[in-house]
Design a protein around this ligand. Structure first.
Ligand SMILES: Cc1cc2nc3c(=O)[nH]c(=O)nc-3n(C[C@H](O)[C@H](O)[C@H](O)COP(=O)(O)O)c2cc1C
Length: 298
């Protein structure tokens, strides 16, 4: 399907964009108006854009009817916001706080949340949130006048609060402890926990050979996936011949040689499956030592 933004009505385009660009983190923004009335609302057009200066941007869009959302109005009046982070245990309260209550309604009260006074700015933070960032609003960029137009609220973090319970032994946030949630399209959310979490060693720690340098017989494997090739291409240097030779006498390779004595295709497929298994267990070197076995080692 081809999406031409000029041909689709705004709600449909919105559904396509939000359904394919995700999961999106959620800025749960607390603000006050110039009279000091507290407001709280979630925004998933949000991310971190720099560390020095520490910069967060989120975007209240112009809704149908063209009213300015309370959050936008408040940040334009006071230039302050606290961005609270949402985890699974408070996701329903976050959702409830997105209700379009009349201006002046305190969604902390509506959603049953604890207001904790901030240290650097007037809006309070959400006591239940695993992290909250007190921010000064540096700039608001209006992207248009029509329904659906974004308004980028560019924020600089003045002070952050992170709950100890989400820190690992190294003192840094541990995703397995945080249980973060994110927004998808429609009414869908996702939860970053359990099997949804996985690690990929950072490729820029070494200079991987790249998929293009993987021997064609391996690159064109019917067993290995694009993900498998991506991980194989992350090796800095292929194992030496001596190591490949030594690996040919491991129990698994010897067993494969015996099983596929006169069946080279079967042998290669079995090698690739074994390598795939090593890759899935983060054993890149063993995966390569497996893949580089050739019938001459039999
Ligand atoms: C998870 C979630 C994410 C949302 N993200 C956005 C967003 O990025 N931009 C937006 O304009 N509205 C977004 N909304 C809708 C606003 O939260 C909603 O319009 C709210 O009533 C605005 O409140 P306010 O007028 O108090 O600022 C989102 C709603 C939910 C539940």
């Amino acid at each position: 399907m081809i999406i031409d933004p000029n041909l689709l009505p705004v709600p449909e385009l919105h559904a396509f964009l939000l359904g394919t660009i995700g999961p999106r983190p959620i800025a749960w923004a607390s603000t006050v108006d110039k009279e000091g009335n507290v407001n709280l609302a979630p925004y998933s057009f949000f991310n971190v854009f720099g560390t020095k200066p520490p910069t967060l941007i989120f975007s209240p869009a112009i809704p149908r009817g063209g009213r300015v959302k309370d959050t936008l109005q408040n940040v334009m009046e006071t230039e302050e916001v606290v961005i609270n982070i949402v985890d699974y245990k408070i996701v329903e309260q976050m959702s409830l706080s997105s209700t379009a209550y009349p201006k002046g309604t305190n969604e902390f009260i509506k959603a049953g949340l604890t207001e904790v006074p901030s240290e650097k700015v007037k809006p309070p933070r959400v006591g239940e949130a695993i992290a909250s960032y007190e921010c000064r609003v540096k700039q608001v960029v209006h992207l248009g006048e029509d329904q659906g137009a974004g308004n980028l609220i560019i924020c600089e973090i003045l002070l952050g609060h992170v709950k100890d319970e989400v820190l690992g032994e190294d003192g840094k946030p541990d995703p397995r402890k945080a249980d973060l949630v994110a927004r998808m399209g429609g009414d869908w959310y996702c939860r970053a926990n359990g099997e949804a979490l996985f690690e990929i060693p950072k490729p820029n720690r070494n200079l991987g050979i790249g998929v293009d340098q993987i021997p064609a017989a391996i690159r064109n494997s019917s067993v290995l996936t694009g993900n498998n090739l991506g991980r194989l291409g992350n090796i800095e240097k292929l194992p030496e011949n001596d190591a490949v030779e030594a690996f040919s006498s491991t129990d698994e390779i010897v067993a494969l040689c015996e099983r596929f004595l006169n069946d080279q295709t079967g042998f290669v497929n079995a090698l690739h499956n074994l390598a795939k298994n090593y890759l899935e267990n983060n054993q890149l070197e063993n995966a390569w030592l497996t893949l580089l076995q050739t019938p001459k080692n039999l």
